[in-house]
Ligand binder design. Structure first.
Ligand SMILES: Nc1nc2c(ncn2[C@@H]2O[C@H](COP(=O)(O)OP(=O)(O)OP(=O)(O)O)[C@@H](O)[C@H]2O)c(=O)[nH]1
Ligand SMILES: [Zn+2]
Length: 190
């Protein structure tokens, strides 16, 4: 990420909106914003191998479903560069007892959400990345999020919650399994 370029852009932005970038409170702002954007868009700087190289473990128990619930995420909508944020529920059914370390699931959510995007794409990319890493029997991912572009501007509706979901493999074919996922995450949805 080119932090110098971000700083110059923020200085121009402040001038363009009618602010004085040299006034005391704003002198350090371009630097701060550049640092903040480096974090907010950190997913753009990750090497894809970091995620496809996740260690795969083998368990004899062959569990039916592994579900990590209510993973908080923060992203920026690519249309307005305003935050959307909420929680993700990520489940998979392993094939041949093959699992990944559970901490890698929130890491994956973070990797996918920390770039300019859309909620639907964050949802789909969690599914496709997990598919590439693990080739499980099925994946279920749901996200509930608030979009600041609908709350602090535009339609100006406070507290709207947008829900998206995607199911693959056994979660599509086996309604009991899909219902177990939905029931388990129901009370947690925003
Ligand atoms: N499907 C989807 N739409 C999004 C997401 N984030 C923002 N949007 C929408 O993207 C659309 C962009 O529409 P435009 O008409 O080009 O932009 P706009 O004039 O600022 O739209 P308004 O927000 O309706 O004022 C808006 O309807 C946003 O609500 C997202 O994650 N998913
Ligand atoms: Zn938006």
């Amino acid at each position: 990420m080119n932090e110098e370029k971000i700083e110059a852009a923020i200085t121009s932005l402040l001038e363009a909106v009618g602010e004085d970038p040299n006034r005391e409170g704003l002198v350090e702002t371009p630097k701060r914003v550049a640092k903040a954007y480096a974090e907010i868009f950190a997913g753009l700087n990750h090497r894809p191998e970091e995620f496809t190289d996740y260690k795969i473990f083998h368990v004899d128990e062959d569990p039916e479903m592994i579900l990590v619930q209510q993973i908080p995420f923060y992203s920026m909508c690519e249309h307005h560069l305003l935050p959307f944020f909420g929680v993700a529920n990520v489940a998979y059914v392993p094939k041949d007892g093959q699992v990944i370390g559970i901490s890698k699931i929130p890491r994956l959510v973070e990797f996918v959400s920390k770039r300019p995007g859309m909620q639907e794409r964050v949802n789909t990319q969690i599914v496709t990345e997990l598919e590439d890493i693990l080739h499980p029997q099925g994946i279920a991912v749901s996200l509930s999020a608030r979009h600041m572009c609908m709350e602090m501007r535009g339609i100006n509706k406070d507290g709207l919650s947008t829900y998206t979901s995607k199911f693959t493999g056994v979660f599509k074919d086996n309604l009991d399994l899909k219902n177990e996922f939905l029931q388990q995450t129901r009370n947690l949805r925003g």
